[in-house]
Design a protein. Structure first.
Length: 630
């Protein structure tokens, strides 16, 4: 198990590196520097001997025209090609060699940039891909410049090129005038024409061929990659905006409806409750958890069942030492959380079951608030409002913001759509009849809470959200612990989605809304959103497009504002909001990596075992068994 994340991290990083390399290389090849003008002394050649040197090609239109002229005259010339043009026009490059002409390199993006070693390597790689050869002739020798960059009169240009002493005549292969000059030059009486040197290209090595294949593909397909990248960014932006609008709009509507109901509240519902606490190595927190339940102010009987699932740290002993009335401790060999939950459910004597983890603290009215929706006989489960208790430090604040501006707002939306997919293990309640209908808590996935909630919804029960039912949970305090927890959650959620994929063909809300919401906003969006961040880096550092950073900043400000509104809706202080921009830059990338790695694990078919999170007991240390919120 320990090796799997490393392999997936390498896969993710390599994928991002390849993508960034392709678009960067494409941007590099798309910008052509100003051509270098060469005017120098004539190369030592015999009198009345000229070497025609074509530069800047091959060109799909003009090079074949020049080749026709040379073929008709029966002479050979030298073509100093550029790497980008070779990649764009490999067939023309092959014809140059097939016609017996000498080939050399005069740069990668434009003539004259062969002095840069990297450009030279790229140019050789392009030639290796197109011809399978490595050019021995690099750079332009001293030449007579035909003047075709400055003059258009063919007669003048021919007179400038014809020298009795002989030499290399520079012609440009990116326009008709070079071929026209060549046509007139070969007619000059008393002159013979040779190649610049007798050196021929040699066979390229395997490394050069491989580099050529990669660079050529990048140059040819980089534009397509950029289009796909832009499309992914547009989709991610639209989905992000849509999710924000849905979250805030439906959350606001839900809050308004709750206020209206509070003005004329229904009779308080107070059924007897059985509280089941599955615990494995929770000695640091179990006492505070059980005390918080025992201190509840629920108006009916509350029994507490702590199921110790083979703990090795004395969890059961700590719970028994409390000697609280109505608290029963069950010990069993380690079988996993689903088995512990099922054991507690079988032992429970009441029809309403409150399930919570062994690291959670309830407020005095949490149980009473949590069971209110059960007054409706169609409700089979209720999700409470899980909050981060240990908010100290940047990591704690980031998770607090994630819970408030992410998970809780999602539940507001899904509650309105009647398709909440997850009643969290930290604070949730089920009707025993609903659990019986689905055959108990399944151990088929690592997200037993999501699996159970989906099953209950598909069985025809409604799942409600009660934000007034608050519970404080201990969040991971280190990045590795956080990654392990979210990796398990994400992977387990994907398992549950796959297990319940049949809901898509059913008429219930889970298939019509719940699974689609998870696929779009918990799978597709996290997969596409990193492209936006990558494009910002590309635009700012590579493509000289600072506007990308401006757009990203505006988007970040909008998200920060919506997060502030979410905090207000949840009755929270705005003080932690200062950490939100940094969360989006750092923490969000970690969550994206979790989703991507979970998907890779699922696609590979890797079996992932349960990964526990190290506890610190900070909730247990809270004075009076409550949590101080700052």
């Amino acid at each position: 198990m320990n090796r799997t994340p490393r392999v997936h991290w390498i896969s993710i990083l390599l994928g991002l590196l390849v993508l960034m390399s392709v678009v960067s290389f494409h941007a590099y090849t798309a910008v052509r520097p100003e051509p270098v003008r060469h005017v120098g002394a004539v190369r030592e050649l015999p009198e009345h001997t000229l070497a025609l040197a074509f530069h800047g090609g091959p060109d799909p239109k003009w090079t074949p025209r020049a080749l026709d002229v040379l073929r008709d005259a029966g002479i050979k010339a030298t073509f100093f090609v550029t790497g980008t043009q070779v990649t764009r026009n490999p067939e023309v490059t092959r014809r140059i060699v097939a016609d017996g002409h000498q080939i050399g390199i005069d740069g990668f993006r434009a003539e004259g940039d062969h002095t840069n070693p990297l450009n030279l390597e790229f140019a050789q790689a392009a030639l290796a891909d197109a011809l399978g050869v490595h050019a021995r002739l690099v750079g332009a020798p001293a030449e007579v410049d035909s003047g075709d960059r400055d003059f258009q009169d063919i007669g003048t240009l021919v007179r400038m090129s014809l020298r009795e002493k002989g030499g290399v005549v520079r012609l440009h292969d990116d326009g008709s005038i070079g071929a026209d000059i060549a046509r007139e030059l070969v007619k000059a009486p008393g002159y013979r024409f040779v190649t610049v040197t007798g050196d021929q290209a040699v066979e390229a090595g395997a490394a050069e061929r491989f580099t050529g294949t990669v660079t050529t593909w990048s140059q040819r397909n980089g534009g397509v990659v950029l289009v796909l990248l832009g499309t992914a960014i547009a989709i991610a932006a639209l989905l992000g905006i849509l999710r924000t609008l849905m979250q805030l709009g439906l959350a606001h509507t839900d809050r308004r409806l709750r206020r209206e109901s509070e003005q004329a509240p229904p009779p308080w519902f107070a059924p007897p409750v059985s509280v089941v606490v599955p615990a494995y190595n929770e000695a640091l927190n179990i006492a505070a958890t059980v005390r918080s339940i025992a201190a509840n102010n629920h108006l009916a009987d509350v029994e507490v069942i702590v199921v110790d699932d083979g703990s090795t740290d004395g969890t059961a002993d700590r719970a028994e030492e409390l000697d609280l009335p109505g608290v029963t401790v069950i010990r069993q060999a380690n079988q996993g959380k689903p088995a512990a939950l099922n054991a507690g459910i079988r032992r429970a004597k009441h029809d309403v079951l409150v399930l919570l983890d062994g690291d959670t603290i309830f407020e005095p009215d949490t149980i009473g608030q949590l069971v209110q929706p059960f007054a409706d006989n169609g409700v089979g489960a209720v999700s409470g409002n899980a909050k981060v208790g240990n908010r100290q430090g940047v990591l704690g604040r980031w998770q607090h913001l994630e819970y408030c501006a992410g998970s809780n707002l999602d539940r507001q939306i899904l509650h309105a759509l009647r398709c909440i997919p997850t009643v969290p293990g930290a604070v949730g309640a089920f009707r025993k009849a609903a659990i019986t209908d689905v055959g108990g808590v399944s151990d088929a996935t690592l997200a037993e809470d999501t699996d159970l909630t989906m099953a209950v919804t598909r069985a025809g029960w409604r799942v409600a959200y009660r934000p007034q039912a608050k519970a404080w949970t201990e969040a991971p305090v280190t990045v590795p612990s956080l990654f392990r927890q979210r990796y398990r959650w994400s992977y387990g959620t994907f398992q549950a989605m796959w297990k319940h994929r049949g809901a898509l063909v059913e008429r219930g809300p889970m298939g019509r809304f719940g699974l689609i919401y998870l696929v779009v906003f918990h799978l597709l969006l996290p997969l596409l959103a990193p492209m936006m961040d990558l494009y910002v880096v590309y635009g700012f550092l590579v493509a000289d497009a600072p506007l990308a950073a401006v757009v990203w900043t505006v988007f970040l400000l909008l998200q920060t504002a919506s997060a502030g509104y979410a905090l207000r809706l949840d009755g929270e202080s705005l003080k932690p909001l200062w950490a939100y921009p940094l969360q989006q830059i750092v923490y969000r990338q970690l969550m994206y990596a979790v989703v991507i790695q979970s998907l890779i694990t699922a696609v590979h078919g890797t079996q992932l075992r349960w990964m526990s999170v190290r506890r610190t007991g900070r909730l247990a240390d809270a004075p009076g068994g409550t949590v101080h919120v700052t």
